[in-house]
Design a protein around this ligand. Structure first.
Ligand code: CA2
Length: 145
Protein backbone atom coordinates (compact mmCIF):
# COMPACT_ATOMS: atom_id res chain seq x y z
CA UNK A 1 0.00 0.00 0.00
CA UNK A 2 1.32 3.39 -1.02
CA UNK A 3 -0.26 6.65 0.17
CA UNK A 4 0.24 10.22 -0.92
CA UNK A 5 -0.54 12.93 1.65
CA UNK A 6 -1.10 16.35 0.06
CA UNK A 7 -1.16 19.64 1.96
CA UNK A 8 -2.25 22.90 0.41
CA UNK A 9 -1.31 26.55 0.84
CA UNK A 10 0.15 27.92 4.07
CA UNK A 11 0.20 24.61 5.89
CA UNK A 12 4.01 24.87 5.80
CA UNK A 13 3.47 27.77 8.27
CA UNK A 14 2.04 25.47 10.96
CA UNK A 15 3.24 26.31 14.44
CA UNK A 16 4.15 29.90 13.59
CA UNK A 17 0.75 31.66 13.73
CA UNK A 18 -2.87 31.10 14.74
CA UNK A 19 -2.02 28.49 17.42
CA UNK A 20 -5.58 28.78 18.74
CA UNK A 21 -6.90 27.27 15.50
CA UNK A 22 -4.06 25.15 14.13
CA UNK A 23 -2.04 24.31 17.27
CA UNK A 24 1.63 24.81 18.04
CA UNK A 25 3.15 21.80 16.24
CA UNK A 26 5.27 22.51 13.16
CA UNK A 27 4.89 21.23 9.60
CA UNK A 28 7.95 18.99 10.15
CA UNK A 29 6.11 17.36 13.07
CA UNK A 30 3.13 16.75 10.78
CA UNK A 31 5.36 15.09 8.17
CA UNK A 32 6.90 12.82 10.82
CA UNK A 33 3.45 11.99 12.23
CA UNK A 34 2.19 10.94 8.77
CA UNK A 35 5.23 8.79 8.06
CA UNK A 36 5.26 7.14 11.51
CA UNK A 37 1.49 6.54 11.51
CA UNK A 38 1.62 5.18 7.97
CA UNK A 39 4.34 2.68 8.90
CA UNK A 40 2.37 1.54 11.96
CA UNK A 41 -0.78 1.14 9.86
CA UNK A 42 1.00 -1.07 7.33
CA UNK A 43 1.76 1.35 4.51
CA UNK A 44 4.91 0.55 2.56
CA UNK A 45 5.23 4.18 1.39
CA UNK A 46 3.78 7.44 2.72
CA UNK A 47 4.89 10.42 0.64
CA UNK A 48 4.04 13.81 2.14
CA UNK A 49 3.81 16.76 -0.25
CA UNK A 50 3.03 20.45 0.33
CA UNK A 51 2.52 23.25 -2.17
CA UNK A 52 1.18 26.78 -2.15
CA UNK A 53 0.27 26.47 -5.85
CA UNK A 54 -2.98 25.03 -7.19
CA UNK A 55 -1.48 23.78 -10.47
CA UNK A 56 1.37 22.01 -8.65
CA UNK A 57 -1.17 20.20 -6.47
CA UNK A 58 -3.10 19.16 -9.59
CA UNK A 59 0.14 17.89 -11.20
CA UNK A 60 0.92 15.89 -8.05
CA UNK A 61 -2.54 14.28 -8.02
CA UNK A 62 -2.13 13.32 -11.69
CA UNK A 63 1.34 11.83 -11.00
CA UNK A 64 -0.18 9.63 -8.29
CA UNK A 65 -2.17 7.77 -10.94
CA UNK A 66 -0.48 4.42 -11.46
CA UNK A 67 2.11 4.92 -8.72
CA UNK A 68 0.05 5.39 -5.53
CA UNK A 69 -2.90 3.44 -4.08
CA UNK A 70 -4.65 6.30 -2.34
CA UNK A 71 -4.58 9.94 -1.30
CA UNK A 72 -5.09 11.87 1.94
CA UNK A 73 -5.62 15.53 1.10
CA UNK A 74 -5.90 18.77 3.04
CA UNK A 75 -6.33 21.26 0.19
CA UNK A 76 -6.39 24.10 2.79
CA UNK A 77 -7.90 27.28 1.25
CA UNK A 78 -8.28 25.53 -2.14
CA UNK A 79 -10.82 23.21 -0.48
CA UNK A 80 -13.35 26.00 -0.78
CA UNK A 81 -12.50 27.26 -4.27
CA UNK A 82 -10.85 24.67 -6.51
CA UNK A 83 -12.88 22.82 -9.10
CA UNK A 84 -9.49 21.97 -10.69
CA UNK A 85 -8.43 19.91 -7.67
CA UNK A 86 -11.87 18.26 -7.57
CA UNK A 87 -11.58 17.33 -11.27
CA UNK A 88 -8.03 15.95 -10.79
CA UNK A 89 -9.17 13.76 -7.89
CA UNK A 90 -12.09 12.51 -9.98
CA UNK A 91 -9.83 11.91 -12.99
CA UNK A 92 -7.34 9.66 -11.19
CA UNK A 93 -10.13 7.65 -9.49
CA UNK A 94 -7.89 6.87 -6.50
CA UNK A 95 -9.59 6.49 -3.12
CA UNK A 96 -9.15 9.79 -1.28
CA UNK A 97 -9.81 11.08 2.23
CA UNK A 98 -10.27 14.80 2.94
CA UNK A 99 -8.70 16.02 6.18
CA UNK A 100 -8.84 19.36 8.00
CA UNK A 101 -7.04 20.29 11.19
CA UNK A 102 -9.80 22.64 12.34
CA UNK A 103 -13.54 22.03 12.54
CA UNK A 104 -14.33 23.77 9.26
CA UNK A 105 -18.07 23.26 9.66
CA UNK A 106 -18.03 25.37 12.84
CA UNK A 107 -16.16 28.27 11.19
CA UNK A 108 -17.10 30.91 8.58
CA UNK A 109 -19.79 29.90 6.03
CA UNK A 110 -17.26 29.96 3.15
CA UNK A 111 -15.25 27.20 4.90
CA UNK A 112 -18.32 24.98 5.00
CA UNK A 113 -18.13 24.46 1.22
CA UNK A 114 -15.77 21.74 0.00
CA UNK A 115 -15.19 21.01 -3.68
CA UNK A 116 -12.41 18.44 -3.12
CA UNK A 117 -14.63 16.64 -0.62
CA UNK A 118 -17.01 15.73 -3.45
CA UNK A 119 -14.36 13.32 -4.77
CA UNK A 120 -13.44 11.84 -1.36
CA UNK A 121 -14.98 8.77 0.27
CA UNK A 122 -14.40 10.08 3.81
CA UNK A 123 -13.78 13.31 5.69
CA UNK A 124 -11.95 13.99 8.97
CA UNK A 125 -12.28 17.44 10.57
CA UNK A 126 -11.48 19.09 13.86
CA UNK A 127 -9.13 16.42 15.21
CA UNK A 128 -5.97 18.52 14.94
CA UNK A 129 -2.88 16.85 13.49
CA UNK A 130 -4.11 13.50 14.82
CA UNK A 131 -6.74 13.68 12.11
CA UNK A 132 -4.08 12.73 9.54
CA UNK A 133 -3.52 9.40 11.33
CA UNK A 134 -7.29 8.87 11.40
CA UNK A 135 -7.48 9.64 7.67
CA UNK A 136 -4.66 7.16 6.91
CA UNK A 137 -6.50 4.56 8.99
CA UNK A 138 -9.69 5.08 6.95
CA UNK A 139 -7.65 4.80 3.73
CA UNK A 140 -5.96 1.59 4.96
CA UNK A 141 -9.37 0.08 5.82
CA UNK A 142 -10.68 0.99 2.39
CA UNK A 143 -7.64 -0.44 0.58
CA UNK A 144 -7.70 -3.65 2.59
CA UNK A 145 -11.42 -3.97 1.87
O1 CA2 B 1 -8.42 23.28 9.07
C1 CA2 B 1 -7.74 23.06 8.07
O2 CA2 B 1 -6.95 22.13 7.98
C2 CA2 B 1 -7.82 24.03 6.88
O3 CA2 B 1 -7.74 23.24 5.69
C3 CA2 B 1 -6.63 24.97 7.00
C4 CA2 B 1 -6.61 26.07 5.95
C5 CA2 B 1 -7.97 26.78 5.87
O4 CA2 B 1 -7.96 27.69 4.79
C6 CA2 B 1 -9.11 25.81 5.71
O5 CA2 B 1 -10.32 26.52 5.70
C7 CA2 B 1 -9.13 24.80 6.83
C8 CA2 B 1 -5.54 27.11 6.27
C9 CA2 B 1 -4.18 26.57 6.46
C10 CA2 B 1 -3.29 27.69 6.91
O6 CA2 B 1 -2.49 27.23 7.94
C11 CA2 B 1 -1.81 28.13 8.70
C12 CA2 B 1 -0.97 27.61 9.64
C13 CA2 B 1 -0.27 28.47 10.44
C14 CA2 B 1 -0.41 29.83 10.31
C15 CA2 B 1 -1.26 30.33 9.38
C16 CA2 B 1 -1.96 29.49 8.55
Amino acid sequence: MKALVINGPNLNMLGTREPGIYGTETYETLVALCKDSGRELGFEVVEVYQSNHEGAIIDKIQEAYGSMDGIVINPAAYTHTSVGILDALKAVTLPAVEVHISDVDAREPFRQVSYAGMACFARVTGEGLAGYRHALELLRDRLQG
